[in-house]
Design a protein around this ligand. Sequence first.
Ligand code: PGA
Length: 253
Amino acid sequence: MRRRPLFAANWKMNKTPAQASDYVANFWAAAEALASRADIVLCAPFVDLETLRVALEPSSVRVGGQDCFWEPAGAYTGEISAAMLAAMKVTYCIVGHSERRRLFGETDETVAKKTAALVRAGLTPIVCVGETLEEKQQGATAARVRAQIEAGLGAMSDEERASLVIAYEPVWAIGTGLADDPASANETIGIIRAAAGGLDRARVVYGGSMSADNARAFCAQPNIDGGLVGSASLDPRGFIGLIQNGLSGMAKG
Ligand code: PGA
């Protein structure tokens, strides 16, 4: 049986609260029409979360963060805890995105601590893994994603692992317009599903230049449960079109 599809927007460092509010006005009715078939999540900058909480209260669209710190509270200037996100009715949070690994020093160890903190606070982590171009060229993709999954989730129970979302995002495909080949992404996700004691029940989505044009082909692959979408999520109508195409791919897949 197909796992429940999930499409998450990753707005990254884009959209003020006023822009987030405009987005929702052009998004929620069409998103609501799709919500019986997929979980739809907007992962937004911290400053937009309250606007989204209020604007999306009557809808099934969920709000996500893009990062968190692993301690619940304390002297950690500039940080936001998983418990704080939970208090704002945020239900998902991206962790270990490659931009955070590359630009802000995230490691497999810090990703593991953040993932555990999110689970403790009752949020669903969207754990990002993926190889760099260099690792791909060296034929090290399988080893890299396996190591990231094992470091990040090794200590979790079966039930906790089943509730996670994993995003397979080849680093070289992010924001470049050069998406992976769907069959190759499906194969790598098969490796991810076999890691850390088995992730058959967890949802695994693809990310990296997913677009309305290629969503159908990715989502027709049996291991791919949806997308984590950056650039193509910034326009509300474009993101709706991508979700519709992805769902039609799953219906065929
Ligand atoms: P992209 O970003 O869709 O713009 O490639 C995806 C991501 O970074 O999550």
